[in-house]
Design a protein around this ligand. Structure first.
Ligand code: IVH
Length: 697
């Protein structure tokens, strides 16, 4: 791999992992298995190891989870909520203990005691007690800033309002909010027909992160403590000691938490927990080991997002054999054709599996999968099971022929250069894409139109009342006809029409995101609008990119890859927005290249008038100041720090000058810090910066 290719791959990995983080943490709707996610993280780590100069500011290795979503209030964590490094093999656990030993320079005869406990597949939460009373609860969020779920947490029976005994003045208990397997099954049964959750973890997350705590109260959530955050006094000298104290305060702690005296001892506890996994009342996905002595934990500290004193030993994925009955092709919102394996139902890790993902045409070929084959499938404490390998082929069976046309609309299905996916070219002609795009347009993250659910979209599509987004704003013309229809009363019709009218001046970024242009998620839409302010300006930009593409042509002797690289650079440079790359530029250009998309856009903008996009800023002690971030930040990425600065009305600059007001210096800050000291500019640590952000509220 050349450095250029490595840089491209790292950029793709950063974007992909960020997207999966959002799907998992923010939307509770993961698309890939934990195993696949781990594989992406490992590929990223390997590439960063091989090309340390190419490590990105937004490197996934430096981020914990994902930034919190919009609707709950933000809460800065007094102490960052960290993540854990993973081990998969026994040898990696032994290496962890050896590393601890080396770091602390311990002689061979000194024992390294570890605690071992189940890794609960839930959602981490920090509970802040002051004078023994619960005052605040927050999700992890991005590790530095979480979401306020105090009211929601008060509805969880496992979590006491007041601590028993002599608790420190300030004590944050950290642990996992989860849902028992049986409660999850019952909840999904009750929700059947509406939205069901993919697994107990998503059900717990979806139930906790509710604006209306009454919904949380109706959900059977539970809590297990596994640590602590800020503490005015730490009630113990060992991990086990403090966990015992937490138990005595009245909070649940796992019965399977034990102290082990060696790696071998810890591994035997791992096997014991693994053997009982299927019969445990809740999902666990591994065992967490922590160095027991707190003075050693202190000395070991952390690297980037994870402590050096703890590691998660993950269980291998659960596997089973079954028959591949058929391969169906599904069409997604962007026209992507996805093969889905229909399986003879089989139980894997306590869950009946009858579908598995096959990802794409290449994957079918790689596996050599043909309908009728016996296959090995795996499910990794997660969502979509996968086919690992084809086990037998008892009889000659014809190979699966990938369709050349969309199974829904019959348009040609093509694979674009350099892509693995095959897409339907039908666009809005394709009924599935039309439906999915409309559904996306009105969804919570986009225009968020209340009362326009899937069933209603289906109904209006069938009636021919809506074909494209602008039609939604003309639905009032059908008011009388709608009143004639079964299930519609004046109250519900008028409520829907009012909800639509309320979105005549929508947020420009949400509108752009709602159009479902490839690679243009809400974050990208915001980044673009921060720079270009209005949607017409985005259309102009797209036209300019089309111009750039026309003007950039291959030169004699240039390889395809080089040309592509040169073109991508030109496109990205033309956009000139940090974090917005060529893929977005090409997607915008492709969108506006299609006359029917231009018509759809114009039509929509005739119905709605989004006000120019303004970055919301908060009055703060740094409003109007110029801030430079330098050195390694531990609890946040550089990008996030800059975003925080922007939100507080400050400008983040790249270099220190006399005009700089504040320099925030992380670890190993070099020349910029020196320069700041020379100029007598105010210098703050990362922690002080977090305090400034916290004070702004
Ligand atoms: S300790 C400083 N212990 O796993 C270390 N985490 O993959 C913080 N988790 O964010 C975590 N069970 O949400 C710890 N027994 C356990 C856990 C546990 C589940 C979660 C936790 C953490 C994530 C890391």
């Amino acid at each position: 791999m050349t450095p250029d290719q490595a840089a491209d791959r790292l950029a793709i990995l950063a974007a992909e992992i960020a997207r999966h983080n959002r799907l998992y943490h923010d939307q509770d709707a993961p698309e890939i298995s934990d195993a696949d996610y781990d594989a992406l993280m490992r590929e990223n780590a390997a590439l960063e190891g091989a090309y340390p100069d190419l490590v990105r500011a937004d490197s996934p290795a430096r981020q914990v989870g994902v930034a919190p979503s919009g609707h709950l209030a933000k809460v800065p964590h007094a102490k960052p909520m960290l993540s854990l490094d993973n081990a998969f093999a026994d040898a990696e656990v032994e290496e962890f203990v050896a590393r601890v030993r080396r770091f602390l320079a311990l002689p061979d005869d000194v024992e390294v005691a570890l605690t071992a406990e189940p890794k609960i597949d839930g959602l981490s939460c920090s509970l802040r007690y002051e004078q023994g009373r619960l005052v605040q609860a927050a999700t992890r969020g991005d590790g530095a800033i979480g979401e306020d779920v105090t009211a929601n947490v008060r509805t969880i029976a496992d979590i006491p309002e007041t601590l028993q005994g002599e608790a420190p003045d300030v004590f944050e208990v950290r642990g996992e909010v989860y849902m028992a397997k049986s409660d999850f099954a019952a909840l999904n049964e009750a929700l059947a027909g509406t939205r069901v959750f993919a697994n107990p973890r998503n059900a717990a997350a979806g139930s906790l992160r509710q604006k209306d705590a009454k919904i949380t109260a109706a959900r059977p959530l539970r809590f297990l403590a596994h640590g602590w955050g800020e503490a005015s006094a730490v009630p113990g000298e060992t991990q086990l000691g403090v966990m015992d104290a937490i138990r005595a305060f009245g909070l649940p702690v796992s019965d399977l938490l034990v102290r082990c005296t060696s790696a071998a001892d810890a591994l035997s506890h791992y096997r014991q927990i693994e053997a009982g996994r299927a019969t445990m009342p809740f999902d666990i996905d591994g065992v967490v080991y922590k160095v027991d002595r707190l003075d050693w934990q202190q000395r070991l500290g952390q690297v980037a997002r994870a402590p050096r004193w703890a590691i998660a030993h993950k269980f291998p994925a659960e596997r089973a054999q079954t028959i591949l009955n058929a391969i169906d092709i599904q069409v997604g919102r962007t026209g992507k054709l996805t093969p889905v394996a229909r399986l003879e139902p089989v139980t894997v890790g306590g869950v009946v599996v009858s579908n598995a993902t096959l990802h794409n045409a290449d994957e079918i070929e790689r596996l050599g999968a043909r309908p009728g084959d016996r296959v090995l499938i795996q499910r990794a404490g997660d969502v979509i099971p996968q086919i690992v390998e084809v086990l037998t082929r008892d009889e000659e069976r014809p190979a699966f022929v990938y369709p050349t046309h969309c199974p829904v609309c019959g348009s040609e299905a093509v694979r674009e250069e350099g892509e693995v996916d095959i897409r339907c070219t039908g666009g809005l002609i394709c009924a599935v894409q039309r439906f999915e795009r409309l559904r996306h347009f009105v969804s919570r993250g986009a225009l968020d139109i209340d009362g326009l659910g899937e069933k209603t979209i289906d109904e209006f599509l069938a009636l021919g009342w809506i074909k494209e987004p602008a039609d939604i704003f003309r639905l009032s013309a059908h008011r009388e006809a709608l009143l004639e229809r079964e299930g519609w009363k004046a109250v519900s019709v008028d409520k829907l029409l009012a909800a639509i009218e309320a979105k005549r001046a929508p947020d420009a970024a949400r509108l752009l995101f709602g159009l479902g242009i490839r690679h243009t998620g809400i974050v990208t839409a915001r980044d673009l609008l921060k720079r270009y302010a209005t949607l017409p300006a985005i259309a102009v930009l797209a036209g300019e990119i089309i111009g750039v593409r026309d003007a950039t042509q291959p030169v004699l002797g240039e390889t395809n890859a080089r040309f592509r690289n040169r073109l991508d650079k030109a496109v990205a440079e033309h956009i000139g927005v940090e974090n917005v790359g060529a893929a977005v530029g090409h997607a915008l250009a492709d969108f506006f290249h299609e006359p029917h998309n231009v018509a759809l856009w114009d039509d929509l903008l005739a119905e709605v008038t989004p006000p120019p996009f303004v970055v919301e800023t908060q009055a703060s002690e740094v409003s109007g100041q110029t801030i430079v971030f330098t050195g390694k930040l531990v609890t946040m990425s550089r990008d996030e720090a800059k975003a925080q600065a922007e939100r507080l009305g400050a400008k983040a600059a790249g270099s220190v000058s006399k005009a700089t007001d504040l320099v925030v210096a992380g670890a190993d800050a070099g020349s910029k810090l020196k320069k700041a000291a020379e100029f007598g500019i105010r210098i703050a640590t990362e922690e002080e910066w977090a305090e400034i952000v916290a004070r702004a509220g």
